[in-house]
Write a protein that binds this ligand. Structure first.
Ligand code: T5A
Length: 215
């Protein structure tokens, strides 16, 4: 039986560079002979992608923040069952572009209680917690500037005001402070190469016994 893969999540506000860095990290690990699955939330399995469309399209928003947290958890439970757990069990490393810290930060900032968030996390994720969470930290205004002008236009969460976006940033920093064994804050203001280098240094340090040295 193969050794369980490692589970890495990238978190942060809008436009912090999560998708860019998740892809770069995946390529870097693959170049070291590690099998990697790159996935995302909301989504990551066919049923969860259906729920993603509803969430980002704003169709769940009228039901309130508790309902949104519930639907994110529902999508996450399927993502875990169909995609993440099988990959980890096969020895594949999983990199997820957002995971449960996004629910804590976004739906928490919108008023969902910590008790409810923790209950939903237990149902959706159980004991399969990330081994490492990289929190890409950037002032909200800078992140929104980076994604301004996309053809698709802002989604349901990108439309929220700067005050709410900044509250989410603080929520992510608080999560990192509370769980230093799992979370590392990465300064996302620098250029892409610099951020990628910082991430590789963290991954090497935290998960080094299983990573081969640079070729
Ligand atoms: N959500 C999600 C919840 O409310 N609760 C939850 O539980 C979950 C899981 C997901 C939305 O759902 C919410 C949060 C989100 O609002 P999404 O489309 O997946 O929506 O949105 P994001 O995850 O925010 O994705 P973005 O693409 O908007 O941001 P990224 O991935 O952080 O940024 P990225 O890599 O796409 O880069 C954005 C732009 O910046 C440039 C890139 O080239 C790109 O143009 N860039 C940089 N520019 C300068 N310097 C750098 N270092 C740069 N890095 C990237």
């Amino acid at each position: 039986m193969s050794e369980r893969g490692r589970f890495i999540t990238l978190e942060g506000g809008e436009g912090a560079g999560k998708s860019t860095q998740a892809a770069r990290l995946a390529d870097w690990l693959k170049a070291r002979g590690i099998a990697v699955l790159l996935t995302r939330e909301p989504g990551g399995s066919p049923k969860a992608e259906t729920l993603r469309a509803l969430l980002l399209g704003g169709q769940v928003a009228p039901f309130g923040a508790d309902a949104e947290a519930l639907v994110f958890a529902l999508a996450r439970a399927d993502h875990m069952a169909q995609t993440i757990r099988p990959a980890l069990a096969a020895g594949t490393w999983v990199i997820s572009d957002r995971f449960f810290d996004s629910t804590r930060a976004y739906q928490g900032a919108a008023g969902v209680s910590p008790e409810r968030l923790s209950e939903l996390e237990g149902i959706a994720v159980g004991d399969d917690r990330p081994d490492l969470t990289l929190i890409l930290d950037l002032p909200a205004a800078e992140g929104l500037e980076r994604i301004d002008g996309r053809d698709a236009g802002p989604d349901r969460f990108e439309r929220d005001d700067r005050h709410e976006q900044e509250a989410r940033r603080l929520a992510f920093l608080k999560i990192a402070e509370g769980e230093p064994g799992r979370c590392v804050v990465v300064d996302a203001r620098a250029g892409e190469d610099h951020v990628a280098e910082a991430i590789r240094a963290v991954v090497s340090e935290r998960l080094s016994p299983t990573i081969a040295p640079s070729p």
